[in-house]
Design a protein around this ligand. Sequence first.
Ligand code: SF4
Length: 118
Amino acid sequence: MVQEIICIVCPRGCHLKVDPENDYEVTGNACPRGISYGKAELKNPTRVITSTVKIKGAELTRCPVKTDQAVPKTKMREIMQLINSVTLEAPVKTGDIIIERISDTEANLVVCRDITNC
Ligand code: SF4
């Protein structure tokens, strides 16, 4: 059955139609990037996860973090549970790796902001 999805690669937001029964043919795309996105979104959807974790020893109580590349959507719940279990100790720097290859993906969980200790 043809699936309708919105391309999120750029702000234009094309309404794509993807047909899994016809080699994931994509229509409705205004540029070739929509084809790649439409196929990937149905075959193996992925997302970059952004969140925050607890931090001790700083004026802030939460530190922004993200995965340094997209992870399979099927792993998002597991990864969020890991993120919620993390507590950092200040100071931290942007790009510090908190968890390597999180949940056996290619992505690392990294710090997104410099935070000094108080
Ligand atoms: S298909 Fe191309 S133009 Fe349309 S939203 Fe996706 S990236 Fe943008």
